[in-house]
Design a protein around this ligand. Structure first.
Ligand SMILES: Cc1ncc(CNC=O)c(N)n1
Length: 227
């Protein structure tokens, strides 16, 4: 039984093993009360607006982070297609920033006067800590995958059958819950698993720690938005 499970995990990749090992934290991040309240329609719209404003600032800080991972891929990757996956992710952030501006005006959220909260600053500082040339590509792309997959899993949950997501929030859920974004996350996960197969023990440890830090920051980010 034990060996069977381990073999399965190995066939699935290291990321799947880690998500099983840390499933409580993973569930805390992807099934947070704020997400569940979107899904059941009981969401407090002030929480949503707070999330919207703070997430806009986060995404602006996320652009240089994704660029730094792209730069590492160009320099360190053993596979040509990594660059294309990362470039598509970077390109989609252009539309995302435009979407935030449109969505903010729809809700009467004035983006120019949003002040980053401490939780958001801490998360952005964490991103910055992964941007230096001393951080391995494998570690940085593990964090990127984790950041993306948490949003994908969270918002896809709000689109599942039986969910009662308010129609005015459907577009938000679509943005990260759509199938194309799901495929992007899977592409990232495949890259991470491929890199982890060739990683040193030290890199493996650092990558797993990066995943855990992302999970913690994401839970804090939802908590902050909920107020
Ligand atoms: C806090 C947080 N985590 C992940 C994402 C998703 N990535 C890019 O949009 C996001 N927007 N915000």
């Amino acid at each position: 039984m034990e060996a069977g499970l381990e073999q399965l995990a190995e066939a699935e990749g290291t990321t799947a093993t880690w998500l099983k090992k840390h499933h409580l934290m993973y569930t805390a991040a992807t099934r947070h009360p704020l997400i569940l309240s979107i899904r059941d329609g009981s969401i407090d719209l002030d929480s949503f607006k707070r999330w919207l404003g703070q997430d806009y600032l986060f995404v602006r800080a996320f652009v240089p982070f994704v660029s730094s991972v792209l730069l590492k891929a160009c320099r360190e990757s053993d596979n040509n297609s990594d660059m294309e996956v990362l470039l598509s992710g970077l390109a989609s952030l252009n539309g995302e920033i435009k979407w935030f501006k449109k969505e903010a005006s729809k809700w009467g959220v004035v983006l120019s006067s949003i002040v980053p909260q401490k939780v958001n600053q801490d998360y952005c500082r964490f991103l910055e800590s992964l941007m230096g040339p001393d951080v391995e590509y494998t570690v940085a792309i593990t964090a990127l995958w984790a950041i993306e997959v948490i949003y994908q899993q969270s918002f896809a949950h709000c689109l599942e059958e039986g969910s009662r997501t308010p129609p005015e929030l459907a577009e938000t859920c679509q943005r990260w819950g759509n199938e194309g974004f799901g495929q992007y996350c899977q592409s990232l996960q495949k890259i991470v698993d491929r890199r982890l197969l060739r990683a040193t023990d030290e890199e493996l440890k650092k990558a797993e720690v990066a995943l855990l830090r992302v999970l913690e920051h994401e839970v804090e980010f939802w908590n902050m938005s909920q107020g």
